[in-house]
Design a protein around this ligand. Structure first.
Ligand SMILES: *Cc1c(COP(=O)(O)O)cnc(C)c1O
Length: 234
């Protein structure tokens, strides 16, 4: 199947899920997750009109972002960091990306704010929430998110935009829905204290319909656009 066909299939799934949930069809953005795929694959989607891309691995992302910035036929892209962040990597994340979905502790946010180059717009950030309750999972608990969100909102070079979750991959149906709804209601609570959050990053290739039914405003789609990944641990 061609890239154009895969992209239009995903756009159709998003539109249908919005209709089903009685939400405006432009209320959900598509983030194309290009991890493990080369710059050429990104360029192909970019030339079809997809301009937001997500990456998990810093070194790989840096090479792609640099290459495509130097490619005259590539439209202007928006890059989202969605992978785990080590604190010794925040400087590169702060200078390369437009968004970070995976802020999982205050210290990371503080470093991103202080290392964001002053000539760039404030970095858009999401707090990653552990909605599965598993201790091994990354992300903060909903209880922690209340205090962290208040602090992050005061950091000068960040703009706190919302929340992100990666549910337990074994969860389906009610369990999956429960995780997404936990994130949605947390955002509602945070907004009651005036934070003005507008972004809920939830849903991937397999579960974007459920995520959209639960209020997602940004689905992160890799496999359904680029195909199966070969790398281990992805
Ligand atoms: C890899 C990845 C995705 C994409 O998952 P697919 O199942 O390939 O669509 C989305 N979000 C995060 C955080 C990822 O690491």
């Amino acid at each position: 199947m061609s890239s154009a066909q895969r992209l239009s299939d995903i756009q159709l799934r998003i539109r249908q899920a919005c209709e089903q949930a009685r939400r405006p069809i432009d209320s959900v953005a598509l983030l194309a997750v290009s991890k493990t795929f080369p710059a050429e694959a990104v360029l192909e989607f970019a030339q079809l009109g997809q301009t937001a891309f997500g990456e998990n691995y810093l070194q790989e992302a840096e090479a792609k972002i640099t290459q495509l910035a130097d490619t005259p036929e590539c439209p202007k892209l928006t890059w989202h960091f969605i992978g785990p962040i080590q604190s010794n990597k925040t400087k590169s994340v702060a200078s390369l990306f437009d968004w970070v979905h995976s802020v999982d502790r205050l210290k990371i946010a503080q470093r991103l704010s202080s290392q964001r180059p002053p000539e760039l717009h404030p970095l858009n950030v999401l707090l990653q929430i552990n909605t599965s309750g598993e201790a091994s999972k990354s992300g903060m608990s909903p209880a922690e998110a209340h205090s962290v969100a208040k602090e992050v909102a005061t950091l000068p070079n960040l703009r706190l935009r919302g929340l992100m979750t990666i549910p337990n991959p074994e969860h389906q149906n009610d369990d999956l829905q429960q995780e997404f709804l936990m994130c949605q209601s947390l955002m509602t609570e945070l907004n009651q204290s005036g934070l003005g959050l507008d972004t809920l990053s939830m849903g991937m290739s397999q579960d974007l319909e459920t995520a959209i039914a639960c209020g997602s405003t940004c689905v992160r789609v890799g496999t359904a656009l680029f195909g199966k990944r070969d790398y281990p641990n992805t």
